[in-house]
Structure formats: structure tokens, C-alpha cells
Design a protein around this ligand. Structure first.
Ligand code: HEC
Ligand code: HEC
Ligand code: HEC
Ligand code: HEC
Ligand code: HEC
Length: 349
């Protein structure tokens, strides 16, 4: 008991909700020794591999060269916060977060002496203290990192998009869609768009299918016949935020329309425009102007085409746009980066 008092004196956050210190090793591996299920899902998730992404690493190298070391450190501060002693977004980053100094720019307050935030009271004795997880369950936890106001062109507005969405009005949180409960327990796998680099099959195929299902769940792709031809339409009908959201600079979505005799490769395209002196460039570090390409919740794009049915429309997603991948030294058609077929519709004559 003496230990507990000492550790309380040593840290700012020491209130009645803290029955005792949390005597656990903060490394995610140590949590994983007991919480095998959460650890297994987290290890393959973008949080568990947040500094591993070769695309992230290659971009940070560009940032370091162009904008300097201090700016590159800001990237790493969010992608590799190191709360668990490694360069990942570890278990304690979320489970020992007490709050934030604003829901943006990674201003998270993490106390390594805090009891572990839990969604429900433990059913039996625990080797570490727990506390109620109201911040853990809140969208503000996620928003702390999922809103960037820089550096430079690195701007992400997922939280603001979410606040204005029907999903927020319906009382959903980020967790409702991204850490859904399976068998009553929060699924830490984070269905996502970023590929599981270097993990091989069958995980790669599984994750590409999951990404297609995730993105496809938000979007409606339709074809309609008119007097002059066909209209192809893509709508963000059910997204909890824009599509794509977050790293919109990196992603690319497009629709190809094909008939028996003609095809339009880019009938519709949702991608950021990056330019320097009005000329298109592949990297944000080269751009003076960036215009985000994304569909807000409820927003749609459409185009009339002089094609006669039968026609088929296919929606593709690239986790990393081809021009950027090439400029960073990747083959855009490597299995991790090849286009993912999200959905396909046909219109009969
Ligand atoms: C405030 C936190 C924060 C900062 C600072 C930040 N990012 Fe991110 N970054 C994120 C989040 C959150 C995502 C996930 C969004 C998504 O995947 O759509 C992300 C996604 C990415 C991705 C796509 C995922 C991948 O690994 O392929 C890249 C690349 C990336 N960031 C690069 C950078 C670079 C380079 C910088 C610095 C210039 C930077 N980020 C700064 C939070 C941050
Ligand atoms: C991105 C933040 C985040 C990270 C990182 C994270 N968790 Fe969680 N964890 C959550 C959230 C959110 C919940 C569910 C909260 C709720 O439903 O109210 C949760 C729930 C849990 C639960 C209770 C499961 C249940 O639903 O009954 C356990 C156990 C757990 N996490 C362990 C871990 C372990 C171990 C790690 C690291 C391997 C980890 N978490 C990493 C956010 C996170
Ligand atoms: C020595 C084993 C052990 C270690 C190490 C451990 N835990 Fe736990 N933890 C438990 C047990 C046992 C429970 C209670 C499980 C129950 O209620 O059925 C628990 C409960 C929890 C809960 C509450 C949810 C629940 O299932 O009741 C969370 C969240 C949690 N631990 C996260 C963590 C995190 C994060 C770490 C690493 C910093 C960690 N644990 C380290 C054994 C451990
Ligand atoms: C400490 C900062 C931080 C916190 C807190 C955080 N994230 Fe993230 N998140 C990131 C970063 C950085 C990435 C990008 C990792 C990568 O792929 O390079 C990311 C990636 C993701 C992705 C994958 C995006 C994609 O398609 O690749 C999802 C989904 C996600 N986070 C959801 C959440 C949710 C839900 C919460 C709250 C429970 C949360 N995050 C809390 C920083 C954070
Ligand atoms: C109604 C369900 C829903 C809610 C709520 C929701 N999302 Fe999403 N999220 C999705 C869907 C569907 C996608 C795939 C389409 C897309 O990219 O927007 C996605 C994709 C993402 C991605 C990867 C996007 C990309 O294209 O790289 C990130 C990061 C993300 N969500 C973070 C969040 C955060 C943070 C919150 C809370 C502020 C949140 N989401 C709330 C459904 C939801």
C-alpha cells in the first residue's frame, strides 16, 4: 500500500477513481501474454504496425529532406508515439489515456501509472488495477490522432467529417464501426485500407477483401439509362465520414465503365489534386497546392456517357495512388498496392 501512495505523489493525475497503481509492464507484448485475443488482432492492425508501413517510411524520408527533421519528428510523434516502449500505437496508448488537450494533432494525455481503462468491470481478480473506460469508449480518443492540422499539406479531418455525419447524429462512435464487438468483445483488428505489408497470403487476400467490403458498405454505385446513353453515379450513402477519409492524399478511387464496343477507363475519379505552379506532381512534398478529393457523407458524383447498354461499371480502390507509389520507388502493381475491386454493377439492354 505504501508503494501506491508514493506513485500517486509522483504523478499529476491522482484522484479517487485511482484505487491503486497499475503494476504492469507497459509493453504491448506483456499485455499480450494474458490478452492473447486482443494482442493477435492488434498486432496485424495498422495501429500495431503504425511505423512499419514502407509507404509511411518513404514519405517521412521525403519530408525530412524537404521540410527538415523537426517536421519529420511530428509525423513520428503520431505514428510512433512510443508509449509502450516501442514505436507503435500500443495497448497503453489507448488504455492509459486520460484525455486530451484538444481533439486533434495527437495531443493525448497518457499516464503510465494509471489503472487500465476497461469497458466493463472485470468478472474476476485482475493482476492490474482497472478503471471505467468512458474516454476509451469515446470518439474523442480516436479524434485526438485522427485530426491533423499539418505539418504542411498533411491535413486530415475525419473527426469533423464524422461530427457532421448521420452516423454521429444516430449516436454511433468510431468504435461502433472500427472496433465492433464480436462474441461480445471489442475487435482490435481495425478493418482498414492500409495493406498488411510483407505478411504474405492468406492475410493479404483476406485484408483486401475486408477493405473492399468496408469501402463498399459506404458507397452506392449505380448505372441508369437515359435517352442519350447512360449515367454512372457514385454516392457516399452510408459513410461515417468522407470517403476516402484520413490520408486522402494517398488514396485513389475510380470507376471504369465498359460496353461491348467501348470503355471509359476513368468515368469517375475521386483523388486529391497536387500541383506545383499549376503542374501536377506526385508527392505532397513537391506540391504548393493540394485539393482534397473525397465524397462527404450524402455527397455524390455522376457523369453522362454516350454508351449503349449492356454496360458494366467497376469501382476500384488503390490504397496508394499509382503516381505516388512510383515516385516513392514502389511498383504500383505489387500485390499490396494493386487495385482492389470494391464493387461492380451492370445495366442490361
Ligand atoms: C496527428 C497525428 C498524425 C500526424 C502528425 C501525421 N499522421 Fe499520418 N496518419 C495519421 C492517421 C490517423 C492516419 C490514418 C488515416 C488513414 O489511413 O486514412 C495516417 C495515415 C498516414 C499514411 C497512410 C497509411 C500508410 O501508412 O500507408 C501515411 C503514408 C502517412 N500518414 C504519412 C504521414 C507523414 C509523412 C506525416 C508527416 C508529414 C504524417 N503522416 C503525420 C495521423 C498522423
Ligand atoms: C486505438 C485504441 C486501442 C488500442 C491501441 C488497444 N485498445 Fe483495447 N480497447 C479499445 C477500445 C475502444 C475498447 C472497447 C471500449 C468499449 O467498448 O467501451 C477496448 C477493449 C479492450 C478489452 C476488453 C475487451 C472487451 O470488449 O471485453 C481488452 C481486454 C483490451 N482492449 C486489451 C487491449 C490490449 C491487450 C491491447 C494491445 C495489444 C489493446 N487493447 C490495444 C481501444 C484500444
Ligand atoms: C498477468 C496477466 C495480465 C497482464 C500482463 C495484463 N492483464 Fe489485463 N487483465 C487480466 C485479467 C485476468 C483481467 C480480468 C479479466 C476478466 O474480467 O475476466 C484483465 C482485465 C483487463 C481489462 C478489462 C477488460 C476485461 O476483459 O475485463 C483490460 C482493458 C485489460 N486487462 C488490459 C490490459 C492491458 C492494456 C495490459 C498491458 C498494459 C494488461 N491488461 C496486462 C490479466 C492481465
Ligand atoms: C496515438 C494516435 C492514435 C489514436 C489514439 C488512434 N489512432 Fe487510429 N491510427 C493512427 C495512425 C497514425 C494510423 C495510421 C497507421 C498506418 O497505417 O500507418 C491509424 C490508423 C487507423 C485506422 C486504419 C486506417 C486505414 O485504413 O489504414 C483506423 C480504422 C483507425 N486508426 C481507427 C481508430 C479508432 C477507431 C481509434 C479510437 C478507438 C483510433 N484509431 C485511435 C493513430 C491513432
Ligand atoms: C458508420 C460507420 C463508421 C463510423 C461511425 C466511422 N467510420 Fe471510419 N470508415 C467507415 C467506412 C465504411 C470506411 C471505408 C470508406 C472510407 O474510406 O471512408 C471507413 C474508413 C476509415 C478510415 C480509413 C480511410 C481511408 O480511406 O484510408 C479511417 C482512418 C477511419 N475510417 C477512421 C474513423 C474515425 C477516426 C472515426 C470516428 C471519428 C470513424 N472512422 C467513424 C465507417 C465508419
Amino acid at each position: 500500500m505504501r508503494l501506491l501512495v508514493l506513485s500517486c505523489l509522483g504523478f499529476v493525475a491522482c484522484d479517487a477513481a485511482y484505487p491503486e497503481a497499475a503494476p504492469v509492464d507497459p509493453s504491448s507484448e506483456s499485455c499480450g501474454a494474458c490478452h492473447t485475443r486482443e494482442y493477435a488482432a492488434w498486432s496485424e492492425s495498422p495501429h500495431g504496425r503504425s511505423s512499419d508501413s514502407p509507404v509511411f517510411r518513404a514519405l517521412v524520408a521525403e519530408v525530412r529532406t524537404t521540410w527538415g527533421d523537426a517536421t519529420a519528428k511530428r509525423c513520428e510523434g503520431c505514428h510512433a508515439p512510443g508509449h509502450d516502449g516501442s514505436d507503435r500505437i500500443g495497448c497503453v496508448t489507448c488504455h492509459q489515456a486520460l484525455g486530451n488537450r484538444g481533439a486533434r494533432d495527437a495531443l493525448l494525455i497518457v499516464d503510465p501509472s494509471a489503472p487500465i481503462a476497461a469497458p466493463h468491470p472485470p468478472t474476476g481478480p485482475t493482476p492490474h488495477a482497472t478503471r471505467p473506460g468512458s474516454f476509451l469508449a469515446s470518439a474523442e480518443l480516436c479524434a485526438t490522432c485522427h485530426v491533423l492540422t499539418g505539418p504542411e499539406h498533411f491535413v486530415e479531418s475525419t473527426w469533423d467529417e464524422f461530427l457532421a455525419s448521420p452516423a454521429a447524429a444516430a449516436g454511433l462512435t468510431c468504435q461502433s464501426c472500427h472496433l465492433p464487438r464480436s462474441d461480445g468483445r471489442a475487435d482490435h483488428g481495425l478493418v482498414s485500407v492500409t495493406p498488411p505489408w510483407g505478411r504474405g497470403e492468406p492475410l493479404l487476400t483476406e485484408r483486401r477483401e475486408a477493405a473492399a467490403a468496408l469501402v463498399g458498405a459506404a458507397l452506392d454505385l449505380t448505372l441508369a439509362q437515359t435517352d442519350d446513353g447512360v449515367v454512372v453515379r457514385l454516392a457516399n450513402a452510408r459513410g461515417g465520414h468522407s470517403v476516402p477519409t484520413g490520408a486522402t492524399l494517398v488514396r485513389e478511387l475510380w470507376v471504369e465503365v465498359r460496353g461491348p464496343h467501348a470503355a471509359v477507363a476513368r468515368a469517375l475519379s475521386v483523388v486529391a489534386t497536387m500541383t506545383a505552379d499549376g503542374v501536377t506532381v506526385p508527392l505532397p512534398t513537391e506540391a504548393d497546392t493540394v485539393v482534397v478529393g473525397a465524397l462527404a457523407p450524402g455527397e455524390a458524383v455522376e457523369r453522362a456517357l454516350a454508351l449503349t447498354p449492356p454496360v458494366e461499371a467497376t469501382l476500384y480502390l488503390r490504397p496508394v495512388r499509382a503516381d505516388m507509389a512510383e515516385a516513392l520507388g514502389f511498383d504500383p502493381d505489387t500485390p499490396e498496392l494493386a487495385p482492389i475491386v470494391v464493387s461492380r454493377v451492370t445495366l442490361a439492354p
